[in-house]
Design a protein around this ligand. Structure first.
Ligand code: ADP
Ligand code: MN
Ligand code: MN
Ligand code: MN
Length: 339
C-alpha cells in the first residue's frame, strides 16, 4: 500500500514569496525523503541548471486527503546540499539554537483578506460597503463574509495538529485572522507557513482567493498585519525583562533594521492611522494599539508575560521576523543578565 505526501515549499518570488506543492506517492512504512523540482519555474534557478532539492523538515497529517496521507514542509537546497538563497529557515536555525536556553516563545496573529474577482469578499461590484465599525468580530450576513471557509480552515488546521489559538473576523469586510502559538521560533514559523498553505487550499475549493497583501483596499480601510507576540522565560517571570525587550527593539539602528524585514509594503500600512504607529517612529506602551510594540494590560498588572510587536505585515516571512526578534531581544536580555 502507498500514501500521498504533499511536499510544500516556499518559492523565490519577490518581493513576497509564494507557496508551492506537489505530490509524491510513497510506500507505507517509508519516511518522506529528499526530492527535487524545477527551480527555473519558481524563481529559484536558471533554466540551464534548474534542479533544486526539497529537504523534508516537518510532517503533519493531511486533513484534506485524510487517511495516512501527509503534508511535508520542506527547506529548499542547492544540489550541493547548501541552503538555497530563498531558504530563510536555514538562517533562523542557528539563531534559535544560540538562544534556546532563554526558551523564546511566539504567538503570531495572521490577518488576511478574501477576494472574489478583483474585490474583497463582501465589497459590492461598484462603490463601497458601509464604513468600518460593525465588521470586527461581527455576526450576520450583513457584516460577515466567508465564514464557511474560515471554519473549514480552522478544522483543517486542528486536524493537521497545528497549534491554532483562535480566530476572529477583522475590521474590514472579508478580512479575518487566525493565531498560531505560543510555540518555539522554528515551530511557530513552520506551522504558520503550513496554516497559510491550508488557507489557500481550503479557499481554492470555494472559488475564493486569499491575499496577505498589507493594504488590500486603498483608502479608509484597515491594513492586514501579523502581530508577533514574544516572550522568553525571563519575560514570563518578571517585568524588568519585559521592559528590556521593548527597549532593545528601539536601540541604535534596530527600528529600521526590523522594519526593512517586516514585509513588502510595510510603509503603506504603518501610517499612524488604523491602529498602527508610523513606520519611521519606534514606540512602546501599555495597552497602546497606536504603538509599535504593545505591552498587554494584563502583563502590566501581572508584571510578567509577553510583548506584542504590531509592526510586521500580514505578508511577513515568519522565519525572518522570529530570527530578528530573537537576535535583538535575546542578545540584549543576555547582556542585561536577564537571560
Ligand atoms: P490581540 O488582543 O492582540 O488581538 P490575540 O488574542 O489575537 O491578541 O493573540 C495573542 C497571541 O499571543 C496568541 O497567538 C497567543 O498564543 C500569544 N501568546 C500568549 N501568551 C504568550 C507568551 N507568553 N509568549 C508569546 N506569545 C504568547
Ligand atoms: Mn488578534
Ligand atoms: Mn487583528
Ligand atoms: Mn494583536
Amino acid at each position: 500500500m502507498v500514501y500521498k505526501a504533499e511536499y510544500i515549499w516556499i518559492d523565490g518570488t519577490e518581493p513576497v514569496a509564494k507557496l508551492r506543492s506537489k505530490t509524491k506517492i510513497i510506500a507505507n512504512g517509508v519516511e518522506p525523503g529528499l526530492w527535487g523540482f524545477d527551480g527555473s519555474s519558481t524563481s529559484q534557478a536558471e533554466g540551464h541548471s534548474s534542479d533544486r532539492v526539497l529537504q523534508p523538515v516537518a510532517s503533519y497529517p493531511d486533513p484534506i486527503r485524510g487517511g495516512d496521507n501527509l503534508l511535508v514542509l520542506c527547506e529548499v537546497l542547492n544540489i550541493d546540499g547548501t541552503p538555497h538563497r530563498s531558504n530563510t529557515r536555514a538562517l533562523l536555525r542557528p539563531i534559535a539554537e544560540r538562544y534556546a536556553a532563554q526558551e523564546p516563545l511566539f504567538g503570531i496573529e495572521q490577518e488576511y483578506t478574501f477576494f472574489q474577482g478583483h474585490r474583497p469578499l463582501g465589497f459590492p461590484d461598484s462603490g463601497y460597503p458601509a464604513p468600518q465599525g460593525s465588521y470586527y468580530c461581527g455576526v450576520g450576513a450583513g457584516d460577515i463574509h466567508g465564514r464557511a471557509v474560515v471554519e473549514e480552515h480552522l478544522d483543517n488546521c486542528l486536524a493537521a495538529g497545528l497549534s491554532i489559538s483562535g480566530i476572529n473576523a477583522e475590521v474590514m469586510p472579508g478580512q479575518w485572522e487566525f493565531q498560531v502559538g505560543p510555540l518555539s521560533p522554528l515551530e511557530v514559523a513552520d506551522q504558520l507557513w503550513v496554516a497559510r498553505w491550508l488557507l489557500h487550499r481550503t479557499a481554492e475549493d470555494a472559488g475564493i482567493t486569499v491575499t496577505l497583501d498589507a493594504k488590500p483596499a486603498k483608502g479608509d480601510w484597515n491594513g492586514a498585519g501579523a502581530h508577533t507576540n514574544f516572550s522568553t522565560r525571563a519575560m514570563r517571570e518578571g517585568y524588568d525583562a519585559i521592559i528590556e525587550a521593548c527597549e532593545s527593539l528601539g536601540r541604535d539602528d534596530k527600528p529600521l533594521e526590523h522594519i526593512r524585514s517586516y514585509g513588502a509594503g510595510v510603509e503603506s500600512r504603518l501610517t499612524g492611522a488604523h491602529e498602527t504607529a508610523p513606520w519611521n517612529e519606534y514606540s512602546y506602551g501599555v495597552s497602546n494599539r497606536g504603538a509599535s510594540v504593545r505591552i498587554p494590560w494584563q502583563v502590566e498588572v501581572d508584571k510578567k508575560g509577553y510583548i506584542e510587536d504590531r509592526r510586521p505585515n500580514a505578508n511577513v516571512d515568519p522565519y525572518v521576523v522570529t530570527a530578528l526578534m530573537v537576535d535583538t531581544c535575546c542578545a540584549a536580555l543576555e547582556k542585561a543578565n536577564l537571560g
